[in-house]
Design a binder for this molecule. Sequence first.
Ligand code: GLU
Length: 469
Amino acid sequence: MTDRPVRTRIAPSPTGMMHIGTARTALFNYLYARHRGGTFLLRVEDTDRERSTQAAVDVIFEGLKWLGLEADEPPVFQFARADRHREAVQELLDKGQAYRDYMTSEELEAEREAARAEGRVVRSPWRDADPATWPDRPYAVRIKSPLDGETIVRDAVKGDVTFQNASLDDLILLRSDGNPTYNLAVVVDDHDMGITHVIRGDDHLNNAARQTIIYGALSWEVPVWAHLPLIHGPDGAKLSKRHGAQAVNEFDDMGYLPETMRNYLAKLGWGHGDDEIFSDEQAIAWFDIIDVVSAPARLDWAKLNHLNNHYIRQADPVRLAGLVAKILKSRDVKLKQGDDALIARTIPFVRDGAKTTLELADAVVFALKVRPLELPEKTRDQLAEDELRGRISRLRDALANVAGWNVPGLEQGLRSFAESEGVGMGKFGPQLRSILAGGSPAPDLAGTMTALGRDESLGRIDDALSLPA
Ligand code: GLU
């Protein structure tokens, strides 16, 4: 544990996509920082110059923004700090904690083979060379790792993980082209950013041993480590494309809400008793890294859908209408003036069954149709018969006289009409629904008519009645 004010970070490499595992790591860092009243930071690890395009960096910004996990301070870009990384390497050289390694690539290859044959790690003959003997040719800089003893990574999730120093070679800090290596850059950046807790995927556990040695050599305080188990697919295999989705934006595209993702991802590897649904405030109040479980977490689509349905039912209809309008536009549906308001009015009647905003978009299509609606053939055939035509015509008048155009008023109106006709609702309900929705899915009749409004509902019925008999 550390007494310093808590500072955590997410440190993604711009690859062009933001993996859901990165999103969960960001969330845990965010929750822990908030829980401890600390600061959550973003570092873009953009040292791979080919992959680190602006578009790839934007994917990270957009992913974090969408998730509601924006950093508290401006982002740090790793590549821009290369001089500072080289400065730290110089410090290690000056302290005798690092050395120049002049092995040529042929020599290194030969040493690798010898090491393999002898069952040991690579050792450079330059490790103990007198700097006075350093030749004038390209070199890499390696750390002088302890040759024996152990390095212990004290991990808040995994417990103490022990590495035999004899199994760790002298890590390269600076390549012969002058570029700092990943492990060096991470340590210097985390130190300079004041990071107290390094919370990340457990694919970095081995790096933690390397990094612990670098911290020691620089006499810097080692952060608290917390390595998170990976996220697996429902079948227990590492999450990949074939599981349906793995990038944050894919979940957005599939119609999941960011608050669903926060709640769901918090549950992947952490939990608070049996609580399935909790708010951001509750997660912040409850979250602690020591409660993270070390077994891999499995993505469960049924649970995700259940949660998304919950948050869709909770969300502000106006906000949902904006999301639905975007989906409809992407499907080339032309929206008219006022349609946003119509969608927002319709949402409360259709959202109970929606697992995603895509389903919500399907469910409002009936309301957006433009008169006269195209009716299913069956409805047209039925309307050609006098009996139904007469009944729908009388129903139209009854509805026009309903006092309050709202769900209770319309339900009452429909019930009284059925009574006055001496028939059950089944004798006209399905047909009325078909007339009002043009054969598209629609909620119950009172809800449908409330969403459409009086004029539009009566207009749609009039259109049906004016079809040739
Ligand atoms: N850039 C590394 C990654 O994307 C993360 C490094 C870290 O968190 O220390 O996996």
